[in-house]
Design a protein around this ligand. Structure first.
Ligand code: DON
Length: 304
């Protein structure tokens, strides 16, 4: 498969969508990003790497960080994790409060904000140095020691994070989180502020695509079966209330973030990351979804 040529063709085909949507502005620091950027990179499990445009520009990974948090929480707690957070698609927006209230403080899944705030609480309780340990894991799976938090983005989100504060308060009220709300939110915003490029993200997610290989990075250990289950959760919950549409259009497990990044995996074949800051109304990258739809259509490679 000539992935390089396919990526180049895809880029030409999606140019008409270049001005559709707008970047996230509820985090003021993200509103400063030039919205007219696009990058894409594929890593195959055989070592082939293909990339186009701004594949090396770092951006805010935001909710994509929740996949790394899930790997760490599963490694720490195993199946006990599911006592605190569910594994069903939410069908609601990533920051919705309604379902959390109705379901008495148990988040539907680890990828909505409520679920990721619970995972942040678990990591705070179990890690000696949560911020350092989280970064060490991300650096280990990416093979890059320069990956870092962006404190300005984390602070900007913390100063405007009223909805996440409401979610954390509801979780605390129901006894789902143990640590104090300020510390949990601080860690959550830091984790979301990590910056990576498409090349780094697709390299990192190879560990989920290649689930038969031993998973052991910076003390985080998962069985092949646990990685398989993470991929299932990416498939069903990775795109919030657009998970059905993403499965229909693309047909790969993946995860998006409001920084405009999307990572998807084709198990035992490749991992692909795409980035473009303009988002649709569900908070997912317009050009990113188009590019991935074309990728699986052109290659006829998807899990369906
Ligand atoms: O908590 C938030 O709202 C952001 N830090 C992350 C949201 C996000 O990336 C949703 N994904 N599409």
């Amino acid at each position: 498969m000539d992935y390089q040529q396919i990526l180049e063709n895809i880029y030409q085909s999606i140019l008409p969508y270049a001005k559709e949507g707008k970047q996230a502005d509820y985090i003021p620091e993200l509103a400063k990003v030039n919205p007219d950027q696009f990058g894409m990179c594929i890593h195959t499990i055989y070592g082939e790497i293909c990339s186009i445009e701004q594949a090396d520009t770092r951006f805010s990974i935001q909710s994509i960080s929740k996949v790394f948090a899930l790997a760490m929480c599963l490694s720490i707690k195993g199946d006990d994790l599911w006592k605190k957070v569910g594994k069903e698609p939410s069908g609601t927006a990533f920051n919705s409060l309604i379902q959390l209230e109705v379901e008495k403080g148990v988040p539907r899944n680890p990828f909505i904000n409520a679920g990721a705030i619970v995972m942040s609480d678990i990591l705070l309780s179990h890690l000696d140095n949560p911020e350092e340990d989280f970064l060490a894991f991300v650096r280990a799976v990416s093979g890059d020691d320069t990956i870092d938090y962006n404190e300005a983005v984390a602070t900007s989100e913390r100063e405007n994070g009223y909805l996440n504060a409401a979610i954390a308060n509801l979780l605390k009220y129901h006894g789902t989180i143990d640590n104090d709300i300020e510390s949990v939110l601080h860690f959550y915003f830091m984790m979301c502020s990590v910056e990576m490029s498409c090349r780094e993200l697709s390299r990192a997610f190879l560990v989920f695509a290649n689930h038969r290989r031993k998973f052991s990075y910076a003390g985080v250990e998962l069985t092949a079966s646990q990685v398989k289950r993470m991929n299932a959760i990416m498939q069903t919950c990775g795109f919030y209330d657009e998970a059905g549409e993403f499965a229909y259009l693309v047909g790969l497990p993946g995860k998006s973030g409001v920084g405009g990044g999307i990572v998807a995996i084709y198990p035992l074949q490749y991992s692909v990351a795409v980035w473009s800051p303009r988002l649709n109304s569900k908070g997912n990258s317009v050009m990113g979804i188009k590019a991935l739809e074309l990728l699986t259509t052109e290659t006829k490679e998807s899990i369906f």
